[in-house]
Design a protein around this ligand. Sequence first.
Ligand code: ADP
Ligand code: MG
Length: 564
Amino acid sequence: MNDLPEFRALGIADELIPALLAKNFQTPSAIQSLAIPLLLSGEKDLIGQALTGTGKTAAFGLPVIQTIEPGKVPKALILAPTRELSIQIADELISLAGSKPLKTAPFFGGQLITVQLDILKKGVDIVVGTPGRIMDLHRRGKLQLDQLQFAILDEADEMLDMGFIDDIREILSLTNPDKRMLMFSATMPQEIMDIAAEFMRPDYEVARTGGQSATNVALTEQYFHEVKREHKLDALCRLIDANTDLYAMVFCRTRADVDEVTEKLHARNYRAEALHGEISQTQRLRVINAFKKHKFPLLIATDVAARGIDVNDLTHVINYSLPQNSEIYIHRIGRTGRAGRHGVAVSFVTPGEKRKLKFIEKDIGNEIPMKKLPTPADIIEAKKQLFAENIALLLETGAAKDYLNFAEELCTLGSHPAEAVAAVLKLHFNNELLLDNYRDFGSTPKERPDESHMKKLLLFAGRADGITVPELLRVIAERTGIKSTQLGKIICRADKTFINADPIDAEKILTVFKKDKEWRFKYDEPRENRQKKSDQSERPQKKKKIKTHKPLREEFFKWIAEEE
Ligand code: ADP
Ligand code: MG
């Protein structure tokens, strides 16, 4: 047997190899490479720090499983912050143990204590549980904690955040002093070091895998969109629409934000579920399980509620709000780009949050580039692409041939078969694939092209004439084919409007609208030139403007009326 040489090199015994093969583990992760030899060969306590999803459970689980022997009293205790995590860790350990006859069970609040007492009575080798329930079971005298070989705090930082410190202290004080104590955590705040100083033997070791060297970060493409607060929801919808295979976690700052985003997505017919601390345990478990099974594509969550949830194949992590610090940022984005798959981490950054982003960039030692939000055209393209792929698949499998007769009949309705197909598309999509169907939600300045080389066009009509920016964009697009995203800033004053455009686009707009009596554009002179000219002939020019302006009004209104 020469399977899994890299795991063997760390000291993993033959006995455990079949289970690893069954789980399709091929090479150890960074934290496993560091922690497993330390735990198998030494006697020291250990702190392990690595991102979520880097295999910390197996990093301590494999040595524990290999070291302990089945018996009557618990040999390993693993404390975890939540019920889901306890279940998840126990499941992982059971699968890692393979055929080794060790008993592992999770214990948590919310399950009938009588059921758990029964399980304990039959003998458990590895006890996994939340601090509260473990305390309870011990107080009832049903959980023996003085013959441990290992006491392990998993997601230690999270347990501290959740205020479990007193329970943890009490539990640790009940354990035998000659056990090995391990602590695993994604972040390493001072409180963790304090716990280590209090409960670990002073020669404890630290196994740390840096944020950047972790493989999942390397596989994660990071960028941000500059989005005003009031446009975040629209921006999120754009991302959802443009990524037809989206499977994402969306992080918000507060419970209220999570609820609000989820409700608004529902109102727009998107499938999403909320996860935060005020949601009942049963509901939480139901949501997490359904999400893991891809029953819905979007999980909207707070950091605390999402902590430790093991989802392997997210396409995107979306920071609806930037996190408070870089550790949380790394922790969040560590959930995508796993298992060799490319992942995307998108952050929404309001103009006022640029500094915070710079801070995070500096801290993680990585530049986070800006990207344009998908445009309506991108979204339509993605939807067409998906539809075409599905059609191609149907053609390939011949699954649509039951409809062939009907299709032939329909094709005789128009003068060309394409007309019939177009009608079918209209019935199926209505206006969904038409650009007019999408409204612009006020692109932020940074989404527009670089404006430094642009020309400024002046239109002798403004808000008082009934002009609005969306109307103007629509007219320009209609008559010149120039899309709103190609244009620069548009300033609509009471009596005139300025439009920034690329010289070539500006020329095109000018030519088209010159022919048009209702609209008249001209270049706005740069300030310096204007100064010079006004020296000679300021008055006549002003007069001329006013003259042109007046008749324009009436015609403008006529044009609006025609449109409606
Ligand atoms: P963490 O506790 O660091 O967040 P987990 O222990 O929950 O990570 O592991 C995340 C996922 O990665 C689990 O599904 C686990 O089975 C898988 N995994 C762990 N180690 C490996 C490995 N060496 N190769 C492949 N998958 C692994
Ligand atoms: Mg874990």
